[in-house]
Ligand binder design. Structure first.
Ligand code: SF4
Ligand code: SF4
Length: 255
């Protein structure tokens, strides 16, 4: 588990500078890959199921566990650790991470954390992404000389595409802070399927009466049959409709 006292209570931006280097010869190499809660995003799961040649259900059953968010609104999915004494990540070997090129977004960011908050700007409520350091005692990377901005670190770790594809999903998560919001079991289950279980979500779209009820562009519909990422982005639109965040879908006129 991340020691919360290691989270520096300073809000950083893309231009914030820091010294950090993580490499195979550092004394703490892989110490950050045990006993840690790694939140998985929908895009992480798509990348990993493809890498491991698994269905979404197989991946979720073998490598993930569910935990509700701090407000008990949305079921979130985390990377499951092994059941050994150190609670080691399933993908860790003495040589490092065996899925390094496809590691989750939060592994890429570490030891930087990322969050989103709503703030008022010129009379409008906007989402603002911010960053913070996670300075855990075992992590010696902060003692190295290499200097970066957060923006350079993100680029180096290849996290841009992940953020881009997860941005609207994170916007949905922010509604958990709406006073008095209650989401029933059925909607929580729909959130879980549309975010994490792409194979089941595809069946829901193509096997149920969904396409008889809602207008979906032909090209988008064709791509959703084959491409999990397109389907995931459609799932986000669908959830915005379900949670009344935006009128993202239109019903077909019924005879
Ligand atoms: S996925 Fe890779 S980088 Fe992330 S915790 Fe596991 S071994 Fe470490
Ligand atoms: S503990 Fe820090 S420096 Fe060491 S391997 Fe992990 S991220 Fe890199």
């Amino acid at each position: 588990m991340v020691d919360m006292s290691a989270v520096e209570p300073v809000q950083l931006n893309l231009k914030s500078r820091f010294r950090f280097r993580c490499h195979k010869d550092i004394s703490c190499f892989t110490k950050c890959c045990s006993n840690i809660d790694i939140l998985l995003t929908p895009y992480d799961i798509i990348v990993l199921k493809k890498r491991l040649n698994m269905t979404s259900l197989e991946f979720l059953e073998k490598y993930a566990y569910i935990q509700p968010d701090d407000k008990g609104v949305f079921p979130l999915v985390y990377l499951k650790m092994k059941d050994d004494e150190a609670k080691t990540c399933h993908f860790l070997t003495s040589g490092g991470c065996t899925i390094y090129e496809d590691r989750p977004a939060n592994c890429r960011y570490y030891a930087v954390g990322q969050g989103t908050l709503k703030k008022e700007l010129e009379g409008k409520i906007v989402d603002e992404e911010f960053y913070f350091f996670v300075k855990e005692e075992h992590c010696k990377g902060f003692e190295e000389e290499k200097e970066w901005t957060i923006g350079e670190w993100r680029e180096n770790q290849g996290v841009d595409r992940y953020d881009e594809l997860n941005r609207e999903w994170k916007r949905i998560l922010l509604i958990k802070n709406t006073p008095g919001l209650q989401i029933d079991d059925e909607k929580q289950a729909m959130f879980y399927i549309a975010c994490y279980d792409m194979d089941r979500f595809r069946s829901f779209i193509f096997v149920s009466r969904f396409l008889d009820v809602f207008q979906v562009d032909d090209t988008e519909r064709e791509k959703m049959q084959e491409d999990d990422t397109v389907l995931m982005l459609f799932g986000v639109k669908f959830l915005k409709y379900v949670f009344m965040i935006e009128e993202t879908l239109k019903a077909k006129p019924q005879d």
